[in-house]
Design a protein around this ligand. Structure first.
Ligand code: OOG
Ligand code: NI
Length: 268
């Protein structure tokens, strides 16, 4: 496991860039419009299965090793997901949202495919420095991918992409010359980006102390065991945080909004 938080995030970022070409364009676009070269990352998100070998706790251990502690707990009944967020004592470090699929709630067929994937992971890989940006550790066919897609887009995404950040998030609060998330959305649309409109372009708002929007995921090639397909990879998110009653900015997530953000990896 990494002991340096920057090394961990650099590994995650470099891997994400390889399958998310929009990320560089978005940085250039917002950096330019806001008069600020550096974009501050509000948070990243990671996905996994709740199988002991690779469950949420196993991913979280990599963040705990660099000083993160647990924040809020979130439940997504319809998507059969549980999630936790983690934060660092240094508020300038990104927050981390980790979810896990409740595998036992799916059909026997889906469970069998998922277990077959996880069984192929070398146990020691889970604690390696690069685990959180190591991608897949298994062979999966396009047929199995399609089968998973019928029951859970999340399961299918995991089968195709494995362990990596599924998004980074621009902190709108830190942009210069841009005050509102709606302005960011307009800049993105004017530049031709497709936004996730599930639940509206802006999810949440000042009333829940967090407004969020996201692009629809880029597409990138995945070499399945039988064929190569171009499928949704990763997306970019934009978050504006508002102060709570005590005056400090809300640092958590909002389950109703997150439920829609997950859909950014749906085929559009
Ligand atoms: C995470 C979706 C939730 C947020 O900011 O609410 C999320 C995912 O797609 O894995 O990122
Ligand atoms: Ni997010």
């Amino acid at each position: 496991m990494h002991t340096n938080v920057n090394a961990l995030f650099n590994g995650l970022w470099q891997d994400y860039l390889q399958i998310t070409p929009s990320a560089k364009r978005i940085h250039a676009l917002l950096g330019d419009k806001s008069g600020k070269a550096d974009i501050v990352n509000d948070h990243i998100a990671l996905r996994t299965f709740n199988i002991e070998k690779v469950n949420l706790d196993k991913l979280a251990a990599h963040f705990k090793a660099v000083g993160y502690t647990q924040g809020g707990e979130y439940d997504f009944a319809a998507k059969k997901l549980s999630a936790l967020h983690f934060q660092h004592p240094d508020p300038e470090q990104p927050k981390v949202f980790i979810s896990e699929l409740r595998v036992e709630e799916f059909s026997e067929q889906t469970q069998a495919i998922i277990h077959k994937l996880v069984d192929q992971i070398e146990p020691s890989a889970v604690e390696a420095d690069d685990f959180l940006y190591s991608g897949t550790h298994w062979q999966v066919s396009s047929e199995e991918y399609r089968k998973l897609l019928e029951e859970s887009e999340y399961a299918a995404w995991m089968a195709a992409w494995g362990y990596r950040a599924n998004h980074f998030t621009v902190s709108v609060n830190h942009l210069l010359n841009i005050d509102e998330l709606s302005e960011v959305n307009q800049i993105l649309k004017d530049a031709g980006f497709a936004l996730n409109t599930s639940g509206g372009e802006i999810k949440g708002g000042e009333d829940v102390c967090l407004a969020q929007s996201s692009t629809m995921a880029d597409k990138s090639d995945v070499a399945f065991s039988d064929t190569t397909l171009s499928i949704p990879s990763c997306f970019y998110e934009f978050a504006q945080r508002y102060p709570m009653a005590d005056g400090s900015l809300y640092q958590g997530f909002v389950a109703a909004s997150a439920d829609k953000i997950f859909e950014s990896t749906n085929a559009s």
